[in-house]
Design a protein around this ligand. Structure first.
Ligand code: SAM
Length: 237
């Protein structure tokens, strides 16, 4: 059992557990006081702890010893037009497993999902980080419009725009040569419109990339792009 906790982790520390964590440990995993678990966060690494108390409303664990030191966190951004519930949940879960550091919903012209449940997505990111042995949890950012994303794009970070139309370079070819900070951008089910593609291409940090000969669903495209990029170019650490 592995739990992300924000509290400082050090030998002898008593760490409070949230209601949700206590419910999961008691009701789902059937753990009892005295049993061991692993606690982690990006500042302190991963620690062995022992459950002290478990109640309906919260609990506590006593930290024993360090199992893993803190690591540099990944620095790869996944920007994506929000899609419907199951698909966006999959993007957050698989994106976390594949090393995204930032998950940025982006509203574009043809995005038909207008509301994003950030609490649910943030909870998925925590769950996926716990499962995949990450020491950090990706930041699920508040949604922004495409023009605002581009206007605030940081200097020195390239943006790989997944664009199925036109003569985009295959993503694997762009990735083998690339190192350093990067972001990936995937459009909505309706794709980008021509004006958006023009706007994107006007920015020197934008590189259009292709994901192969078939048109992928937006969630598949996000996962495929991230899988290829982090394997070949690394996750920005
Ligand atoms: N309706 C669009 C069309 O027919 O042109 C398809 C959009 S696709 C379902 C959703 C998004 O996934 C696209 O905006 C793009 O970012 C990405 N995508 C899908 N297939 C791709 C491919 N083969 N290469 C690059 N990007 C792709």
């Amino acid at each position: 059992t592995r739990l992300f906790v924000d509290a400082p982790l050090a030998a002898g520390a008593a760490v409070p557990l949230s209601d949700v964590q206590a419910h999961h440990l008691r009701g789902v995993l059937r753990l009892a006081p005295g049993e061991g678990l692993r606690l982690f966060n990006p500042r302190d690494g991963e620690w062995l702890a022992r459950l002290d108390a478990l109640a309906k409303s919260g609990g506590a664990a006593a930290v024993e010893r360090q199992l893993r030191r803190p690591l540099p966190a990944p620095d790869l951004w996944l920007c994506f037009a929000p899609v419907k519930k199951d698909a966006i949940d999959a993007v957050v879960e698989k994106g976390t497993e594949l090393g995204a550091a930032v998950l940025q919903p982006v509203f574009t012209r043809f995005t038909d999902v207008q509301r994003v449940n950030l609490d649910r997505l943030r909870a998925h990111a925590v769950g996926a980080a716990e499962q995949c042995e990450r020491l950090d949890v990706p930041e699920v950012r508040d949604p922004v419009r495409l023009d605002a994303l581009l206007a605030a794009w940081p200097a020195g970070r390239r943006l790989l725009v997944c664009a199925e139309a036109g003569a985009a370079r295959p993503i694997a070819e762009a990735a083998v040569e690339a190192r350093g900070p990067a972001g990936l951008l995937v459009g909505p089910e309706g794709g980008f419109d021509a004006a958006e593609l023009d706007l994107l291409r006007r920015h020197e940090f934008v590189r259009p990339v292709g994901l192969g000969p078939r048109i992928l669903r937006a969630d598949t495209a996000a996962i495929a792009a991230l899988a290829v990029w982090q394997m070949l170019a690394g996750d920005g650490r």
